[in-house]
Design a protein around this ligand. Sequence first.
Ligand code: FAD
Length: 549
Amino acid sequence: MTGNNAGDSTAAATNLDAAVIGAGFAGLYALKKLRDELGLDTLAFDKAGGVGGTWYWNRYPGALSDSESHVYCYSWDDELLRTWPHKSKYVPQPEILKYLEHVAERHDLYKDIRLNTGITSAVFDEDAARWQLTTDDGQTYSAKYLVTAVGLLAATNIPKIEGMDRFKGKIYHTSRWPSDAGIEGKRVGVIGTGSTGVQFITATAPVVNHLTVFQRSPQYSVPVGNGPLSEAELEEIRRDYPKIWEGVRKSALAFGFEESTRPLASVSDEERERIFDKAWAKGGGFRFMFETFGDIATDEAANKAAQDYIRRKIDQIVNDPETARKLKPNDLHAKRPLCDSGYYQTFNRDNVSLVHIGENPIVEMTENGIRTADGVEHELDILVFATGFDAVDGNYKRMDLRGRGGLQMRDHWSEGPAAYLSIGTVGFPNMFMVLGPNGPFTNLPPSIEAEVEWISDAIGYMERNHVATIEATPQAEAEWVRTCEEIASQTLFPKADSWIFGTNIPGKKKTIYFYMGGLGAFRDTLAAVANDDYRGFTLERELVNATTG
Ligand SMILES: Cc1cc2nc3c(=O)[nH]c(=O)nc-3n(C[C@H](O)[C@H](O)[C@H](O)COP(=O)(O)OP(=O)(O)OC[C@H]3O[C@@H](n4cnc5c(N)ncnc54)[C@H](O)[C@@H]3O)c2cc1C
């Protein structure tokens, strides 16, 4: 039974077997596995007022998955797969939230989730070999296992702008969108044109009085191709699910389509154009980059062909040549690929203006809006930050998280985060990260499942074999990071500035945040490590077991 000492700050820590931080896709599944399959006393904590993680927080207009609905879900609940009524090809935020709330209800998870409860500190007590947790309302918990499911796009990033406190209007971050935002009929400014910005801009332009888009860098975006899923299509998906999931688990990107191996140079110019046209008509950012040709992300000439195609599309779509010029990127098409529901078309509207702050930087905020270097004051009622996240390690550094010898995670990762298999890091025994640094770059639920299942198996092994602690070795971690670096260096991704290498945040070190070897290879490695007695981890037996033989 899990105890509760709510309201009694002097009470001794509540003892748990396992504590899970986060109640999104990762935390919900971790709670389910540890509690229901291993029978461990487990509690999950989330500072949010509900479950859902990303989809609890990101309620901005236009919020939509860019993974297709039938693979942006769990694969482990057969009955749910056969009955959940996916309505459209991509999933709007309210639908994903509804799905995750349904999962929590259906599996009776709520009773073991403490919502509105932030974990402010987690400290490893070496003598007891247990984690000591403190919540933001002063409660304390002790747990042998700590699963951090804190999200890789969850720690908000708000850049500092001179004079921000002078602004008399309202300021919102897209991931903290208030239900009474009241943007209709207002003069709205938005900073950022990444995945969120592109969705937000397209959705809000028709309802605001005026939208001023402050673009930090131009983006390659392709149509998302969203639309309703018919009953017949859904039936077909349900019938094919075993095959679909098998393909997803073996694939590189886990997006549920066959990744192309065809080199771009292997086809004629006409054929290339036909393939791109087909992908543009069908939609999907990952599809455009990875289903068309096998080398857009690895070969500069192939990448250039994709860039040129999208630049031509921008020229065709955008009426004003100067606006089109500003919208056209000139760098590699090597960020997380974007897709949209009419992004470039939005700039043909009379009530939308584009300020390229890459060329004409923001100088300050005034009482009335934003002043740019050309001296223009852009008057606004509301400023929206679509500036994304302190990705991957952000939430780890925002907690007081201490491992062996009081080692602070902030210090441990001061030169950039590193982890073994994205799950363990040196000096933090019995802490299991889901989607920690150096994890797969994919459609994420299948990677979350792979990691949670591995973690649950490892904890099961520890329980059966009286293992007190498990900890990544420095050699294994360094080797894994090298592997990630080597694989990334064979792609074009490190050559583009983006959050996937930490370069969206001034001062954040450019480093390798992902394993780009694909989910299939990642799963094989996880299995091989477990089968090889948890190679690369040090396991210490419990003393009681050692003395009793
Ligand atoms: C707008 C947007 C669109 C996205 N679209 C896609 C997509 O189409 N496909 C895709 O694969 N991925 C997408 N992602 C990534 C998405 O984050 C993952 O797919 C997935 O939802 C991650 O689940 P998670 O459980 O790991 O983390 P999250 O859903 O981020 O949940 C983490 C939770 O941890 C909680 N938490 C963190 N620190 C603490 C603390 N100290 N104490 C208590 N609670 C804490 C947070 O409140 C949060 O609720 C998108 C992300 C965003 C922001």
